[in-house]
Design a protein around this ligand. Structure first.
Ligand code: CP
Length: 290
């Protein structure tokens, strides 16, 4: 699944379903909705939030979880993704959850196995469940998404979160402003959806924003000199304490994680009054779950 391909009505329906299931999560209960079935969590890249959230969600729905850790698997011996997927499919799972550095890997797994597959992050393409979580957070914080002004700043070039949020939030009627260093923006000519715009000046975008999302520099995907020298990145594109002071009352700070404190975001902002990033950072931090 990619958010870009989904109609707004389906995305809205997914958010409504999440709202209906949230009491199950909050109560710590469990359902038998999918009891007796198995989900393979196939993570070929590291994860803390997404993996634990899918594990928790599976348990809440009564699913058995078959974890797959690429780092200790036979993928390390050279087994192809296709062979790995087909072997895991022999365990008769009802569902695959796939994270991989190749953008199309979740779709390929679905094609090879014929088993429903959730995209838990494909390369620098999309991270649909992160986008849905962020939209869910905005909906809860503001009671709406349409008309919100959402700023995303950072390493857009390598960010699947940015792409999913860009498509999702504009489909739901938000205005999305994108800010990045010249070397880390989307490729020139990449078609921006209606409702999206590019800004060069992070400082100018902040005072009007309802939500500011900052992104990690994804060094592991960089092949070349993408970064300005020294502390220039923080000075120009970091959400520093001084910048956060320009945010309007009620505006929120988001970050999909993991954070590099002191680079794209100051610690005092990550843990400050505008932040909804971590549960302890805000009394009403309703967003810090995935
Ligand atoms: N937001 C996110 O995808 O975090 P993880 O990489 O820890 O899953």
């Amino acid at each position: 699944m990619a958010i870009e391909e989904e109609p707004a009505a389906r995305l809205t329906a997914l958010l409504e379903t999440a709202g209906r299931l949230r009491p199950l999560f909050e109560s710590g209960g469990a359902s038998t909705l999918l009891a007796g079935r198995t989900a393979v969590l196939a993570f070929f890249e590291n994860s803390t939030r997404t993996r634990s959230a899918f594990t928790r969600a599976a348990h809440l729905l009564g699913l058995n979880v078959l974890p797959f850790d690429a780092g200790i698997s036979s993928a390390k011996k050279g087994e192809t993704l296709r062979d790995t997927a087909l072997n895991l499919a022999a365990m008769r799972p009802a569902l695959f959850v796939v994270r991989h550095s190749a953008p199309d890997a979740p779709r390929q797994v679905a094609g090879w196995t014929g088993i429903p597959t959730v995209n838990a992050g494909g390369g620098a393409h999309e991270h649909p469940t992160q986008g849905l979580l962020d939209a869910f957070c905005l909906q809860r914080e503001f009671g709406r998404i349409a008309g919100l002004k959402f700023v995303i700043c950072g390493d857009l070039r390598h960010s699947r979160v940015a792409r999913s949020n860009l498509h999702l939030l504009t489909k739901l009627g938000a205005q999305v402003t994108l800010v990045a260093p010249p070397t880390l923006g989307f490729d020139a000519g990449w078609p921006l959806p209606a409702g999206a715009s590019i800004a060069a000046d992070f400082d100018a975008a902040i005072p009007d924003a309802d939500a500011v999302m900052v992104l990690r520099l994804q060094h592991e995907r960089m092949e070349g000199p993408f970064l300005p020298p020294g502390g220039e990145y923080r000075a120009r594109w970091g959400l520093t304490a001084a910048r956060a002071e320009k945010m309007k009352p009620g505006a929120i700070v988001m970050h999909p994680g993991p954070m590099n404190r002191g680079v794209e975001i100051d610690s005092s902002v990550a843990d400050g009054p505008h932040s909804v990033i971590l549960p302890r950072s805000r009394s009403a931090s309703r967003c810090a779950w995935r």
